[in-house]
Design a protein around this ligand. Sequence first.
Ligand code: ADP
Ligand code: MG
Length: 375
Amino acid sequence: MINPGSWLGILGGGQLGRMFTTAAQTMGYKVAVLDPDEGSPAGRVAEKHIVAQYDDHSALSELTRLTKVITTEFENVPAESLSLLAASVATRPNAEAVAVAQDRILEKTFLSECGVAVAPFEALTDQNDIRDSELSTLLPGILKASRFGYDGKGQRSVQTVEEAREAYAELGKVPCVLEKRLPLKTEISVVVGRNVQGLTEIFPIAENQHRNGILDLSIVPARISRDLASEAESVAIHIARELNYCGVLCVEFFVLENDELVVNEIAPRPHNSGHYTIDACSLSQFEQQVRILAELPLGHPTLSSPAVMYNILGDLWKAGEPNWEEVVRRNDVKLHLYGKNAPRPGRKMGHITALDRDCDQAIKTILEIKQVLEA
Ligand code: ADP
Ligand code: MG
């Protein structure tokens, strides 16, 4: 075990890195963040911020001089950098797992090979791959760039082969997947922690509602049957094991209208839909990440209160600073802001968690808050 007082390293300085840093510092660790942005949310709170690109070799070796263990907070960190680090320190998760999660073609292929249900898809790596006969069964569908997409970016809804061809050109003719549009009843996510010994712990399942491709609300506990919940948990654990995963992993699922469970995507890090764990669980997903990184005993998460998390996007600043007073005057509500300067539309600036005796009450609170903030 790595004792408190030691350094932990993280690639990426966004809000996930910031919440990791705070959790690590609470337990007495020092944190070194590598992020090219001087004003990054995590860089501002960490003991050390190395301002450099993720593939900068001297920055990577500076990190390895400080710490024996390094994690990551976003999947687009070059998997090669993780491999390079792995030569001298422990990287959790491993570079292979991150490589799978950062590329939709690899991800969907890997999941299918593990026997996990995914949406019917076809990998498109060349204009010539877009042929009527093979693709018509996937329409209407969604064309998704294989890499660097997030919050609905790098995706186009397509009805016909012609539209698929146009969308492929619009996305820059990069490798893509064409995925069949499925009839969704709801979406859920499972956050699982898996440690060096291969032991796992699961956080309560979140039910997720998106708006314009971006997570809007997470409702916990998810309003699904016990059977569906256990199935989702076993699939998440199965995926973590197959990836030989060490760290916190999120598995996003579609629940289809016929109650079939299909994996949408995986994230090799804590997840936006797990932010509620900070205020509503016996330990947060970030504390679990710290525990796994430092080889402390894995925490067993329990839900202290039903919760609803609402994402605060930059759109709320269109008429100046939002009315936070209306939020913080309620004592059943927690406000989190990430210290970002530029509130651009669609940018995640913070989140609010409402706690209550049941999720219907918490939903009601959040709807009232939304009405005030989005007015
Ligand atoms: P991102 O990486 O941007 O989160 P996702 O692949 O998770 O991209 O897609 C974002 C959202 O779009 C999903 O959460 C879901 O609401 C919707 N979506 C994506 N793929 C499908 C699909 N095959 N069928 C129906 N809805 C989908
Ligand atoms: Mg997603």
